[in-house]
Write a protein that binds this ligand. Structure first.
Ligand code: ZN
Length: 548
């Protein structure tokens, strides 16, 4: 009898040991990637004392916090940033050089997610697909190895982030267009009933006329300076320059302008979070035998940041409210799946510079400024017309200027029997004299790798032959490529490249990690946790120090 009992105890002990060891090697049930568009790293330190327990603090208390994670590329734009996050490669491999570029064959600018072959469902806006993305995302690789067993779903307010994160083989990719969540026929033939129900629920219209005011007492926001700054963009969709902001699109009834005001407010994130909960519930994400991936892109932070800048009361309020939205999402996931069953990654696609006029007020020596497409085009037109003769009043020597690429007009060059390099010899010194560019590189210099230095390396990572322009530029520090109000990202300076990189949950060793790491390290690190092979071309590395 005693023998039998000790055998039974031994057997039970063995079961416990086996169970423990399988826990240690267990893969998460859900990998949740969160990208908060335009979230600078310093927001997390500057506003941390206003955060609750369960949002950003989930990572600070029990997660891994990489305090020096940066994008390594030059063109710090939404599509490019999200492609780095999801693929672990840069534009020189994945082809996503910016949000838009110029296609010499189509003779027009194209969107990084534009595709006329795949129309949207329930919307007549331009078609979308990931066909310009030339590298596999971690979700694509998971689907390749696990097939139907694993689900990959990507959700964002913007198509650029949703598609770049979801990649080619996601089961579903949703983004918001005008007044509804939709997708393109590339991903689905029809919207699932739960999405249709969400769209017809009247949720988005219920915010009409709501007031966006500071969530904490006004005095708390004085760390950001004054609320009213002249060069904030107060004209957008009737939002105005100062608190409180009324989200009605400047009209007494619901118009297109209301939907613009809505997404430029914290209510955009609230709606997205509700949609994400519905996706987890209806698609049963993290509730099967294999690992699922869910990408979530909060976009409203970016839109607010563009209008008011990083030193505004509005951006501070957005970050504090985003913390609450995260807490709500994490609570939901904890109840539905269990947070300890998940691996969560939080990062951003780029940062943002201060309004140049505010920099000038603080530091005259910084000599900040603004340039725009028209100024660049006018300077090139004047120089080339003076040298080679006018093209006629309606024509320009320039086909397109994106935030980092200048595309010369090939038809105009042909008309004057000029080569691209002959034109460049005239254009480059003129651009240089404008005083706003840190560096100017020609397409052939980049193609031949005739570039040196850290910023030169960044330019090379943002270069893709055929998609990049004839001339690539980097604006000087504290300069922005933008209109007369608000601010913009896109340059290779630290305020654009330094973003949060936070990990939590299954497979993660908590702690603060100060070494310099790349955002391209995210995909290979998570691939290691869920035991998925990433392709050879991946440029990031596994962050082994933060792994259990
Ligand atoms: Zn932006």
């Amino acid at each position: 009898m005693i023998k039998l009992r000790s055998l039974l105890i031994l057997f039970l002990l063995l079961l416990v040991v086996l169970n423990l060891s399988s826990c240690a090697t267990q893969k998460p049930k859900l990998v949740l990637f969160i990208s908060i568009d335009q979230l600078r790293y310093d927001y997390l330190t500057r506003f941390s004392k206003y955060f609750g327990d369960g949002g950003f603090n989930l990572f600070f208390k029990d997660g891994a916090n990489f305090t020096n994670a940066q994008f390594k590329h030059s063109v710090t734009k939404t599509s490019a940033g999200h492609a780095v996050i999801s693929t672990g490669t840069h534009a020189n491999v994945n082809g996503i050089i910016a949000n838009r570029w110029y296609d010499q064959e189509q003779k027009s600018s194209v969107s990084s997610v534009g595709d006329d072959s795949f129309t949207l469902i329930a919307s007549d806006r331009d078609g979308r697909s990931p066909h310009y993305l030339l590298a596999a995302t971690i979700g694509d690789e998971l689907k390749r190895s696990n097939g139907e067993k694993s689900k990959v779903v990507s959700i964002s307010y913007k198509s650029t982030s949703a598609i770049m994160m979801g990649g080619k083989d996601a089961d579903a990719v949703y983004w918001f267009v005008d007044s509804l969540f939709t997708t393109s026929k590339y991903y689905l033939d029809e919207l699932p009933n739960w999405v249709k129900d969400f769209n017809s629920s009247g949720r988005i219209k219920s915010y009409f006329g709501k007031t966006w005011d500071r969530v904490l007492s006004d005095s708390v926001y004085s760390i950001q300076g004054t609320d009213d700054v002249e060069v904030e963009d107060g004209e957008w969709a009737g939002l105005g320059r100062t608190f409180p902001h009324t989200v009605d699109g400047g009209s007494s009834s619901i118009t297109e302008s209301y939907f613009m005001a809505f997404r430029f407010s914290p209510f955009g994130n609230e709606l997205l979070e509700e949609f994400v909960e519905q996706a987890i519930f209806n698609e049963k994400l993290g509730q099967r035998d294999a690992v699922d991936i869910l990408w979530v892109g909060f976009s409203s932070n970016d839109w607010v940041g563009h209008l008011y800048g990083p030193d505004s009361h509005e951006v501070m309020d957005m970050v504090i409210r985003t913390d609450s939205v995260l807490e709500k999402l994490f609570d939901f996931i904890d109840k539905k799946i269990g947070l300890n069953q998940c691996t969560i990654v939080l990062t951003s696609d780029h940062g943002i510079p201060s309004l140049p006029e505010l920099i000038a007020n603080k530091n005259n020596a910084a000599s900040p400024g603004r340039i725009n497409r028209e100024m660049v085009t006018e300077a090139i037109d004047a120089a080339l017309s003076e040298k080679f003769g006018s093209l006629g009043s309606a024509e320009s020597w320039v086909s397109y200027v994106s935030p980092s690429n200048i595309y010369l007009n090939r038809i105009a060059l042909q008309k004057k029997s000029l080569s691209v390099s002959e034109a460049e010899q005239i254009v480059l010194p003129v651009l240089s004299d404008m005083g706003c560019f840190h560096a100017l590189y020609t397409h052939s210099q980049l193609e031949n790798g005739e570039i040196a230095g850290e910023l030169g390396e960044r330019a090379l990572l943002s270069f893709f032959p055929g998609r990049s322009g004839d001339i690539f530029f980097q604006v000087k520090e504290n300069w922005i490529f933008h209109g007369p109000t608000g601010t913009n990202h896109g340059s290779p300076w630290k305020y654009n490249t330094h973003v949060p990189l936070l990990f939590y949950g299954s497979g993660i060793k908590p702690g603060f990690y100060e070494e310099a790491v790349s955002i391209a390290d995210i995909a290979p690190t998570v691939a290691h946790i869920i035991k998925v092979d990433m392709p050879e071309e991946v440029q990031g590395k596994v962050l082994e120090g933060a792994l259990k």
